[in-house]
Design a protein around this ligand. Structure first.
Ligand SMILES: Cc1cc2nc3c(=O)[nH]c(=O)nc-3n(C[C@H](O)[C@H](O)[C@H](O)COP(=O)(O)O)c2cc1C
Length: 213
């Protein structure tokens, strides 16, 4: 016999109407991020990033948003990782933020490009030293024999950079996602959720429309 998961919830924390949402999607995302931060949510800036692999399979994982502006969303990673390779091969991505306690989801589609080296340098320099060493030590997404491999590599790079500032590894840096579509979802009672979509029109201006839940 099949066992279904029967959890049900009536969403009623907030509403999302045209008249109470920003006309630019970045402003709306900033408002919702600020709400998530104020709510004290762990990893309020985490989002699921789906890339397309060379094998044709979409692949999703969580990363952290480090910058948000009209130019797009920035996150940092290892360029040689699985995602790094996917993104250099296929620039279109899908993003999903989910804040369960706020009954909110944001979906974004866009294209990625690597940050300038100078931009990644600046962010790398602001990271704690252990994270900087970690970036050198971890061949992200590569098979390793055991945890000891990592620990040895950490030791190696701690020695190598013992008397100096840790430079940014050439294989580590940021990507900027330039969105073409945002969807803001606010849970509402009886499955009549609010869904506002922002998309770029032919004049490269942001248009807003409502879609059915
Ligand atoms: C809350 C959270 C935040 C994360 N933030 C990042 C991040 O900013 N950058 C990153 O490369 N990986 C981050 N990760 C790890 C990724 O989810 C993933 O395991 C890793 O990047 C390797 O993915 P890949 O093999 O698809 O390249 C985070 C994971 C979690 C759960």
């Amino acid at each position: 016999m099949k066992e279904h998961i029967h959890s049900r919830k009536d969403y009623q924390k907030a509403i999302l109407l045209e008249e109470n949402s920003a006309s630019h999607p970045v402003d709306q995302l900033k408002i919702w991020l600020a709400d998530a931060e104020m709510e004290g949510l762990d990893d309020f800036n985490a989002f699921t990033l789906a890339s397309l692999g060379e094998d044709g399979f979409p692949d999703a994982r969580v990363v952290l948003l480090r910058e948000l502006s009209v130019d797009g969303l920035v996150f940092y990673t290892n360029y040689n990782s699985k995602k790094g390779k996917d993104l250099l091969h296929h620039v279109k991505v899908s993003v999903c933020f989910f804040w369960p306690s706020l009954e909110r989801q944001v979906r974004i589609q866009g294209s990625v490009a690597k940050l300038l080296d100078t931009e990644s340098d600046e962010y790398f320099a602001s990271r704690p030293r252990e994270s900087q060493i970690g970036a050198w030590a971890s061949p992200q997404s590569q098979p390793i024999n055991d945890r000891a491999v990592l620990e040895k590599r950490i030791e190696h790079f701690e020695n190598e950079f013992s008397n100096t500032v840790v430079p940014r590894p050439p294989f580590w840096g940021g990507f900027r996602i330039t969105p073409v579509r945002y969807e803001f979802w606010q849970g509402r009672p009886s499955r009549l959720h609010d869904r506002l979509v922002y998309h770029v029109d032919a004049d490269i201006k942001w248009c807003r429309l409502r879609v059915a839940p």
